[in-house]
Write a protein that binds this ligand. Structure first.
Ligand SMILES: *Cc1c(COP(=O)(O)O)cnc(C)c1O
Length: 387
């Protein structure tokens, strides 16, 4: 059976990756109408308003810094500004993005202690307690809110409480890049010192902007490491006025401004509740198709990592989805490449999108020879999505 011959010529391409996410029409239009010079009061006004609209999504009263870079650039900005060579840091690694913290901290000459957990699981408080008790000199803890490679949302409120109790001086840096807009993140209330976000995840705009919010404590603890493009002190001084140190991705700022206004109109609690319900529907649908989830507890609202039996083939299913149905799922990363596909349902995704994504998966599994009765997954999901 050839797997890419029967493509329907009028299929609409559909994106179900945990970044980039679908871009709403009003956001796309706002980005097109942006032949603006960034050293003008018109732009400063939009920029300041955009940064202020971001704060509540990040759970803080602080005004975040908006950087023109991808999410990893925000991670690097945090690493450069909050650590010095030789500092002891703790990295919490449960997948590819945790690994990124670990590699980056090593590249920057930190003394790295690594706390690992199996893919699909969350760190236990006992393990975190032990890591902090065994390493009294930790200056910064780096973790994710949502490990995008495994679809796990960590109970970071509990982790922060443990870190505050056992290492009161340590800074807590949370990469919430795939969590913002899908999960509640209370930077101020939970005692987080640095929260990171990225444009192409929950905000429904293209890649190119990343966000760094720092606590007052973090601003007072900046390291004396040499840095240039990501010098947050310089950037903050400029951004107070609505200017930026370097040329910003102007069109994306206009898109972000509109996306954030839409999010505030809808209400953050409502958006999070919708993500939660849609994630539940995806999990129910997938399980009703006879598949297993990588993460049984602590499942993310932003994406679902789905195990595909080797006999069916994760790569094969992802290939059929794309080639025959124009549906893009994310493949598994690293060691999970052969076993997992990831259904991203983050950002401006509604319940009919969820059903389209599940229907395509059901078709693709059926085509790949996985035994199921068409509709069994969709039916289970629809029961959860029925209002
Ligand atoms: C997407 C993502 C990033 C950033 O990746 P970029 O490709 O640099 O934008 C970082 N952390 C997490 C958890 C992510 O999901």
């Amino acid at each position: 059976m050839s797997e890419n011959t029967s493509q329907d010529p009028i299929l609409t391409p559909r994106l179900f990756t945990p970044g980039p996410t679908p871009i709403p029409k009003n956001v796309a239009l706002a980005q097109m109408d942006s032949s603006v010079y960034h050293r003008t009061e018109d732009f400063f006004k939009i920029f300041r308003q955009t940064a202020a609209l971001l704060s509540p999504i990040m759970g803080t009263k602080e005004i975040p810094i908006i950087l023109t870079t991808s999410g990893t650039g925000a991670m690097e900005a945090a690493m450069q500004n909050l650590t010095a060579t030789g500092d002891s840091v703790l990295t919490m690694v449960g997948g590819e993005f945790g690994e990124r913290w670990d590699k980056m901290a090593r590249a920057y000459g930190c003394q790295v202690k690594t706390l690992k957990v199996a893919h699909g699981q969350a760190f236990t408080l006992e393990d975190l307690d032990k890591a902090l008790t065994d390493n009294k000199d930790i200056k910064v803890v780096f973790l994710q809110a949502n490990e995008t490679s495994t679809g796990v949302f960590y109970p970071i409120k509990d982790y922060c409480a443990a870190i505050r109790r056992l290492a009161p001086e340590a800074l807590i840096v949370v990469d919430a890049i795939s969590a913002l807009g899908a999960h509640e993140i209370q930077m101020d209330a939970w005692g987080i010192d640095c929260v990171l976000g990225g444009s192409q995840k929950g905000f429904g705009i293209p890649p190119g902007l990343a966000f760094v919010a720092l606590s007052k404590r973090a601003w007072l603890s900046l390291s004396n490491r040499e840095r240039f493009y990501f010098d947050l002190t310089y950037e903050a001084k400029e951004q107070k006025t609505g200017s930026t140190a370097w040329t910003p991705a102007i069109s994306l700022i206009y898109g972000l401004n509109v996306a954030l206004k839409t999010m505030h109109e809808r209400g953050l609690p409502q958006i999070i509740a919708q993500h939660k319900r849609q994630a539940m529907a995806v999990r129910a649908g997938v399980m009703a198709m006879g598949l297993e989830l990588l993460s049984k507890d602590n499942a993310s609202h932003a994406l679902t990592a789905i195990k595909i039996p080797r006999s069916v083939g994760a790569k094969r299913v992802a290939g059929i989805l794309k080639d025959r149905y124009q549906v893009t799922y994310a493949r598994g990363q690293g060691v999970l490449a052969e076993d997992v596909i990831r259904f991203g349902h983050l950002g401006f995704v509604d319940r009919f999108d969820i059903l389209a994504g599940l229907a395509a998966l059901e078709f693709a599994l059926h085509d790949a020879g996985h035994k199921l009765t068409l509709g069994q997954g969709l039916g289970a999901a629809m029961k959860i999505l029925a209002s």
